[in-house]
Ligand binder design. Structure first.
Ligand SMILES: [Zn+2]
Length: 212
């Protein structure tokens, strides 16, 4: 099914046209994604900027396309809102496994990864500070989570017990809100998709796939 979708969008009229149900046209929609499946890969020259995070910082600076940077700012705002509802404060850092990286899609070597255009981010988790003094915590916040802590996709996404179950609730709520926002990411992959046990992959390819 994914193969059909990718083939239709990439080899058909999909490139350059906004995907159905998605948002406005992005400059990178016009870039061809088809590459030779083997050998040294050449990534198209596209604008890339260093980005540390405006609303919430990333654990290390990213290299991304300017359009994708704008999507990330919206993403950070959703993280801030969701985290504040669940934990009483936003994280200080977003842990990631990489942004720009010139490579193919592992499962589809005929295609350039969105990472090769600076149009993707792999999110592994979040770093939370201690609850600031005089901040009123949500009534159900365990005392343990008034101290500093980290949330990680692996293992917290699957958790059902103890404070990790609250982390699971946060991660699932965050994912649900992002899926509902057509103006942020177009592709959202997570533990439900092969090879994504420990991270969310977010990108703005010219098609929509949600397997989180
Ligand atoms: Zn990725």
């Amino acid at each position: 099914m994914l193969w059909t979708l990718l083939t239709t969008l990439l080899l058909g009229q999909g490139v350059g046209a906004p995907p159905s149900g998605a948002d406005s046209h992005l400059a990178l929609d016009d870039v061809a994604r088809v590459v030779e499946p083997t050998g040294k890969i050449q990534c198209p020259k596209v604008p890339l900027v260093a980005y540390r995070g405006d609303v919430i910082h990333y654990a290390s600076p990213l290299r991304v396309n300017p359009d994708f940077r704008q999507r990330l700012q919206r993403f950070e705002t959703v993280v801030r809102e969701t985290a504040t509802e669940v934990y009483g404060r936003p994280p200080t850092q977003i842990l990631h496994l990489g942004s720009f990286n010139c490579r193919r899609i592992r499962l589809w070597p005929d295609y350039l990864s969105e990472h090769g255009l600076g149009n993707a981010l792999d999110v592994a988790g979040f770093v939370f500070p201690p609850l600031p003094r005089r901040t009123s915590a949500p009534a159900d916040l365990p005392n343990q989570l008034k101290r500093a802590f980290r949330v990680r996709i692996d293992p917290d996404w699957q958790a059902t017990d103890g404070v990790a179950a609250l982390h699971a609730r946060f991660l699932h709520e965050l994912a649900q809100r992002l899926v509902a926002r057509m103006d942020i990411f177009r592709v959202m992959l997570g533990p439900a998709y092969p090879g994504h046990k420990n991270h969310f992959h977010f990108d703005c390819a010219p098609w929509r796939i949600v397997e989180i």
